[in-house]
Design a protein around this ligand. Structure first.
Ligand SMILES: Nc1ncnc2c1ncn2[C@@H]1O[C@H](COP(=O)(O)OP(=O)(O)OP(=O)(O)O)[C@@H](O)[C@H]1O
Ligand SMILES: [Mg+2]
Length: 273
């Protein structure tokens, strides 16, 4: 009975079709080795550089269900672990996403985990060391993680202040991989594939992004991401003229500073007159 329930729940979180992921280094084999040892993983890198896509791809490759939780500062431990709900028959316990993942042997992806408060983050500790258990304080249950369970967190270095960083005791429970924007040829290949545009156009978009990334720390918090390049390509593929698509998808989302916008618009004009 329990088995079918677990299998049914796992099915619900299974990735149905192979996600497109273009490796940029040795990350696939490294992750595979980490998963084989069930090491918790931390993926570090700027927004829109492929972290979530990579996790989806690895979950699919490894044949594991994937449960993703977008973390935020209002999140409490109960949002991860679970809570009692009131219904007509009284109270009923409902597992949170972390508990469900531990029970069914999913990969649990806590996206932007630094956003969560530290007292929330510590609930993952017993799951990430040799114990691999999750104590449910409210019910008294000690959930033993399924042998296939793995925890993955993502982390955007640079966005958090000193006040908002992971504790060393949290960080040092994970092996970590650095993600960056792909090399230009690889990024153009990704943009061409994702947006359905030709390679020449994708190359130009990638070069605009490269210029914006040089402005990081000189008026821009972050350069144009691979995600935004895919947006721009997608708009162009739908008939929006390239200069307009670039303004919509590459320049306007990035900054409100008029001088920065001019600088980026000028970069766009260099490639698309
Ligand atoms: N290596 C890659 N292979 C395939 N697609 C990629 C790759 N890198 C980036 N992309 C594309 O960029 C988009 C954004 O990537 P993704 O959502 O994984 O970013 P992220 O790093 O998780 O960002 P965030 O920190 O904002 O969540 C993807 O939807 C995909 O189209
Ligand atoms: Mg993501």
């Amino acid at each position: 009975m329990l088995d079918t329930t677990i299998a049914g729940a796992a099915e619900q979180y299974r990735i149905k079709a192979a996600p497109y992921y273009r490796p940029t280094g040795r990350e696939v084999e490294q992750y595979q080795a980490a998963y084989d040892a069930r090491l918790p993983m931390m993926l570090k890198g700027p927004t829109g550089c492929g972290k979530s896509r990579f996790v989806e791809y690895m979950a699919w490759t490894l044949g594991r269900p994937l449960i993703t939780v977008a973390c935020n500062e209002d999140m409490t431990a109960a949002d991860l672990v679970g809570r009692f709900l009131l219904d007509k028959d009284g109270t009923r316990w409902q597992d949170g996403p972390l508990t469900r993942a531990a029970r069914i042997g999913a990969i649990c992806y806590l996206d932007e985990v630094v956003e969560a408060r530290q007292d929330t983050t510590v609930v993952i500790h017993p799951l990430t060391d040799h114990r691999r258990v999750l104590p449910l304080d409210k019910t008294g249950e000690l959930v033993e993680a399924h042998p296939d369970f793995q925890l993955v967190i993502s982390y955007n270095p640079g966005y958090q202040s000193l006040m908002k960083d992971l504790k060393q005791s949290t960080k040092q429970r994970f092996a970590a991989m650095d993600f960056t924007y792909p090399a230009p040829e690889v990024e153009a290949e990704i943009v061409a594939h994702e947006a359905g545009v030709d390679r020449g156009l994708a190359d130009k978009l990638t070069q605009i992004a490269a210029r914006s990334r040089n402005l990081k720390g000189h008026g821009l918090d972050e350069g144009i991401s691979t995600r935004l390049l895919v947006y721009a390509g997608t708009l162009i593929a739908r008939g929006i003229p390239a200069p307009d698509a670039c303004r919509l998808a590459l320049v306007r989302p990035l900054t409100d500073d008029p001088d920065m916008r001019d600088a980026l618009d000028a970069a766009v004009s260099t490639f698309f007159a």
